[in-house]
Ligand binder design. Sequence first.
Ligand code: 8DG
Length: 131
Amino acid sequence: MKKIEVVAAIIKFNDKILCVQRGQNKLPYIAEKFEFPGGKIEIGESKEEALARELSEELNIVAAIQSLFLTVVHQYPDFELTMHSFIAEVATQEITLNEHIDSKWLTVNELQQLDWAAADIPIVNKLIANG
Ligand SMILES: Nc1nc2c([nH]c(=O)n2[C@H]2C[C@H](O)[C@@H](COP(=O)(O)OP(=O)(O)OP(=O)(O)O)O2)c(=O)[nH]1
């Protein structure tokens, strides 16, 4: 089974968290799901370097990446995903959606309103549990 390793950012601004929506995808269980921005680690990159690059490419933002929050291993029908999520902070809510179709800044208690990618559910649940 194919394995994919990605990094993702839980981006905070005051009490809000940035949630971004993927576009169409050949994999129906990924298409139009909400996720935390990020992507695959390239050869030679640290996790933090990969995340900084992805946030710049996807959203034109510079975020202060803080600490590892949770690593999730999730079995999708076509691949096994290992996702390292990091807490990050931004100084402004201004973003540009270069790859995503929608975005929302939500409080922790609002996160469950969204249709998340399955691998993100443990992250959302831990954020809620932590308050
Ligand atoms: N960045 C990110 N990816 C996630 C999350 N949840 C989740 O299941 N994924 C999955 C979707 C993708 O299969 C993979 C991320 O890869 P990617 O962002 O490079 O996206 P992709 O497969 O569409 O891109 P690509 O092969 O065309 O480069 O991880 C999440 O919260 N953030």
